[in-house]
Design a protein around this ligand. Structure first.
Ligand SMILES: [Zn+2]
Length: 100
Protein backbone atom coordinates (compact mmCIF):
# COMPACT_ATOMS: atom_id res chain seq x y z
CA UNK A 1 0.00 0.00 0.00
CA UNK A 2 1.09 3.53 -0.79
CA UNK A 3 -0.23 6.42 1.27
CA UNK A 4 -0.82 9.61 -0.65
CA UNK A 5 -2.63 12.83 0.21
CA UNK A 6 -5.53 14.17 -1.78
CA UNK A 7 -8.11 16.89 -1.68
CA UNK A 8 -11.86 16.60 -2.07
CA UNK A 9 -13.72 19.08 -4.24
CA UNK A 10 -16.85 20.24 -2.46
CA UNK A 11 -18.45 21.16 -5.78
CA UNK A 12 -18.20 17.97 -7.81
CA UNK A 13 -17.21 15.44 -5.14
CA UNK A 14 -14.04 14.26 -6.85
CA UNK A 15 -10.93 13.63 -4.77
CA UNK A 16 -7.74 14.62 -6.55
CA UNK A 17 -4.12 13.76 -5.78
CA UNK A 18 -0.83 14.45 -7.53
CA UNK A 19 0.95 11.55 -9.24
CA UNK A 20 4.40 13.18 -9.35
CA UNK A 21 5.90 16.62 -9.10
CA UNK A 22 5.75 17.04 -12.88
CA UNK A 23 2.02 16.28 -12.87
CA UNK A 24 0.12 19.40 -13.90
CA UNK A 25 -3.09 17.61 -14.83
CA UNK A 26 -4.44 17.05 -11.34
CA UNK A 27 -7.83 18.64 -11.81
CA UNK A 28 -11.15 17.49 -10.47
CA UNK A 29 -14.01 16.91 -12.87
CA UNK A 30 -15.43 20.43 -12.59
CA UNK A 31 -12.01 22.10 -12.74
CA UNK A 32 -12.31 24.00 -9.47
CA UNK A 33 -9.60 22.07 -7.63
CA UNK A 34 -6.09 21.42 -8.85
CA UNK A 35 -3.48 19.42 -6.95
CA UNK A 36 0.22 19.82 -7.74
CA UNK A 37 3.40 18.79 -5.98
CA UNK A 38 4.22 15.23 -4.98
CA UNK A 39 1.80 12.46 -4.00
CA UNK A 40 2.84 12.77 -0.34
CA UNK A 41 3.28 16.56 -0.17
CA UNK A 42 0.74 18.14 -2.49
CA UNK A 43 -0.10 21.77 -3.11
CA UNK A 44 -3.80 22.47 -3.47
CA UNK A 45 -5.24 25.24 -5.61
CA UNK A 46 -8.87 26.33 -5.72
CA UNK A 47 -9.72 28.52 -8.67
CA UNK A 48 -5.94 29.02 -9.16
CA UNK A 49 -5.40 30.22 -5.60
CA UNK A 50 -3.12 28.10 -3.45
CA UNK A 51 -4.50 26.98 -0.10
CA UNK A 52 -2.04 27.56 2.73
CA UNK A 53 -3.58 24.88 4.97
CA UNK A 54 -5.52 22.47 2.76
CA UNK A 55 -7.73 19.89 4.43
CA UNK A 56 -5.96 16.87 2.97
CA UNK A 57 -7.39 13.37 2.84
CA UNK A 58 -5.27 10.26 3.40
CA UNK A 59 -5.63 7.83 0.53
CA UNK A 60 -4.28 4.29 0.35
CA UNK A 61 -3.35 3.27 -3.17
CA UNK A 62 -2.49 -0.26 -4.31
CA UNK A 63 0.39 1.10 -6.41
CA UNK A 64 3.65 2.85 -5.58
CA UNK A 65 4.94 6.25 -6.73
CA UNK A 66 6.74 4.73 -9.73
CA UNK A 67 3.44 3.49 -11.12
CA UNK A 68 1.89 6.90 -10.51
CA UNK A 69 4.80 8.54 -12.33
CA UNK A 70 4.44 6.30 -15.35
CA UNK A 71 0.68 6.72 -15.34
CA UNK A 72 1.35 10.44 -15.79
CA UNK A 73 4.31 10.01 -18.16
CA UNK A 74 2.48 7.63 -20.50
CA UNK A 75 -0.75 9.63 -20.20
CA UNK A 76 -2.72 6.59 -19.15
CA UNK A 77 -4.52 8.68 -16.54
CA UNK A 78 -5.82 5.75 -14.56
CA UNK A 79 -4.72 7.46 -11.35
CA UNK A 80 -4.71 10.96 -9.91
CA UNK A 81 -8.34 11.16 -8.92
CA UNK A 82 -11.18 9.34 -7.25
CA UNK A 83 -14.52 10.08 -8.82
CA UNK A 84 -18.09 8.97 -8.49
CA UNK A 85 -18.37 9.21 -12.22
CA UNK A 86 -18.14 5.97 -14.19
CA UNK A 87 -14.73 5.62 -15.78
CA UNK A 88 -13.32 2.72 -17.70
CA UNK A 89 -11.05 0.54 -15.55
CA UNK A 90 -11.47 2.89 -12.67
CA UNK A 91 -13.09 0.58 -10.14
CA UNK A 92 -10.55 -2.14 -10.74
CA UNK A 93 -7.63 0.17 -10.12
CA UNK A 94 -8.62 1.93 -6.93
CA UNK A 95 -9.54 -0.67 -4.38
CA UNK A 96 -10.09 1.43 -1.36
CA UNK A 97 -9.50 4.78 0.12
CA UNK A 98 -10.26 6.19 3.50
CA UNK A 99 -10.71 9.55 5.08
CA UNK A 100 -9.38 10.51 8.45
ZN1 LIG B 1 -14.62 19.76 -8.69
Amino acid sequence: MNNVKGFNCASCGDTVYSRCKEDNLGFCHCGRVQVKGTPQEPEVYINDEMLLVPNLIDIELPVDNDILYWDWNLMRNDYGYISELPKENFENKIHEYSTS
